[in-house]
Design a protein around this ligand. Structure first.
Ligand code: PMP
Length: 361
């Protein structure tokens, strides 16, 4: 397994090799049950154990206060762009949105179909290179919630502290940095994200919802996506994405073996410092995101001479450094260095960056 290449995909993304190996060894027969996890009834004793253990382990990792509920559902973060308003708008016609990059721009646009979505501030005029400062936000008086994306996967911007929005519930799309470090969940009303970055595989959406916010759905909200119903049924209102929850459960156990979120944060910091340091030291590459908001998970960068992009990617692949191409909307390169990316992967990337620059600089 030490010979696997390093995969820098933004998602679906690299998983811990130990998790993949365990899933492989349990594929045909989960712990003497005679069944693959894929083949189990979601109501049976075996799957119930997998499901409840995953919920409990996630609660423990997040040190979740008692008044928060975890929901496992489907649809991905994009579906939540519609389901957040449908679940929270009762009694409020308006919701506030911060646009700090391409994912929050999508959230804002989708919400406009369901409510009066109010733009509190946008970083677009700055090319999404910095987070709009909190004192520039124009919050409305009667918003149902304030929505932010705490890690912009394409633009490479991250919030390191929850912004103060008073008593209005703060809703965060945490898709691309969930579980990368401890988070003070009590500052938020809702966290949501797709699992295919730090949690596991595509197909599972994870939500963390403050209990009192489970009562605010609009009557038109589809029942299968109504948070209260999902919660009342222990995330089994309908068939849950069982295999994706099983994989997430293996990832949670892996995270606990690593020392939990404080330990993974230290590793993530070290990886990000190494990579940004190498980019900043070079005249060949650059990342022009405000250093205070640079994401520790997604590191977009460019070659000053973009005619070398193809050669760069080809050489990277030959060295076993995969999926470094930037998002199609912005071009350039991007290295996603999620929890499962070992320091050795970032070291190998930095060595390659230097070698390529030396050869072509
Ligand atoms: N939000 C963010 C921050 C993302 O990174 C992504 C996926 N890359 C999405 C939303 C969309 O998620 P999904 O594809 O799971 O709907």
């Amino acid at each position: 397994m030490s010979t696997r290449p390093f995969n820098f995909s933004a998602g679906p993304a690299t998983l811990p090799a130990e998790v993949l190996a365990q899933a492989a060894s349990e594929m045909l027969d989960w712990r003497g049950s005679g069944m693959s996890v894929m083949e189990m009834s979601h109501r049976g004793a075996e799957y119930t154990e997998i499901h409840q253990t995953a919920l409990a382990d996630l609660r423990e990792l997040l040190a979740l206060p008692d008044n928060y509920r975890i929901l496992f559902t489907q649809g991905g973060a994009l579906a939540e762009n519609a389901l957040v308003p449908l679940n929270l708008l009762r009694g409020h016609p308006r919701a506030d949105y911060l646009v700090s990059g391409s994912w929050s721009a999508k959230s804002f646009k989708e919400a406009s179909r369901y409510c009066e979505a109010h733009l509190v501030a946008s970083g677009e005029a700055d090319g999404f290179k910095r987070l709009p400062p909190r004192d520039s936000w124009q919050l409305s008086k009667d918003a149902a919630y304030v929505h932010i994306c705490t890690n912009e996967t394409v633009n490479g911007l991250e919030f390191f502290d929850a912004p103060d929005v008073g008593d209005v519930p703060l809703v965060a799309d945490v898709s691309s940095h969930f579980l990368s470090r401890p988070m003070d969940v009590s500052r938020y009303g809702v966290l949501y994200g797709g699992a295919q970055k730090n949690v596991g595989m595509a197909g599972l959406t994870v939500l963390v919802v403050r209990e009192d916010l489970l009562e605010r759905a609009l009557p038109v909200c589809p029942s299968a996506f109504e948070w209260r119903l999902i919660e009342q049924n222990d995330s089994m209102y309908n068939t849950p994405p069982t295999y994706a929850i099983y994989i997430a459960g293996l990832v949670f156990q892996w995270l606990k073996r690593q020392g939990g979120l404080p330990a993974i944060e230290q590793r993530n910091r070290a990886k990000a410092e190494l990579l940004y340091g190498a980019l900043d030291d070079s005249e060949f590459y650059y990342n022009d995101v405000d250093p205070a908001a640079r994401s520790r998970m997604n590191v977009p960068f460019r070659l000053r001479d973009e005619s070398l992009n193809e050669a760069f990617l080809k050489g990277a692949k030959e060295r076993g450094l995969l999926q470094l191409k930037g998002h199609k909307s912005v071009g350039g390169m991007r290295a996603s260095i999620y929890n499962a990316m070992p320091l050795a992967g970032v070291q190998a990337l930095v060595e390659y960056l230097q070698a390529f620059a030396q050869r072509h600089g």
